[in-house]
Design a protein around this ligand. Sequence first.
Ligand code: MN
Length: 215
Amino acid sequence: MNKLFTVILLLSITSVQLISQKKAMNFKLIDLPYAIDALAPVISEETIRFHHGKHLQAYVNNLNNLIVGTPFEQADLETIVKESEGVLFNNAGQVLNHNMYFMSFKPNGEGKPSGDLAKAIDEEWGSFENFQKAFITASTSLFGSGWAWLAKDKHGKLVITKEPNGSNPLAHGLIPILGFDVWEHAYYLDYQNRRPDHLNALWSILNWEEIGSRY
Ligand code: MN
């Protein structure tokens, strides 16, 4: 009788697990770590309201819909970006890209990185100013919609990559550290066609403590 009870108990636990495994992971819109108007005038309240509240929310909703019925229903975001393709890859990439992007800012940035990341930037580009020039060149020369990323390889060497659409350095085996969004929705309300002006202004609101922790 005891054995039968144990078997029934195990079967019922297993069936509960099976049912719960059928439910897809539900990704959520991140909360901003600052007030919606805190980055103005570099990024206006209106741009944040649309970029975070509308664009990122849409990518989150699309991702939640697209993973249903795929092998990625229980996968974390990084795994989906590394292993998926096509429209699922681009939506998952956009959620990861924007989560990292919005966490990269604070109202009064430190201006420069410090510690290990600062050393690695100096080793690769000679100075922070040279890195800034190279990063802006990559960001402004990217044709169409996409991202410029500072990333590191598995040996800790820094690289700048240009990612089309929703791609992320994770897709090439790199660790993403800092991404500038060069989709027009990131700057058009505030800067219209002046992409370089927007990108140059971003340096003053970077949270290098957070960005450095990714290195
Ligand atoms: Mn964006």
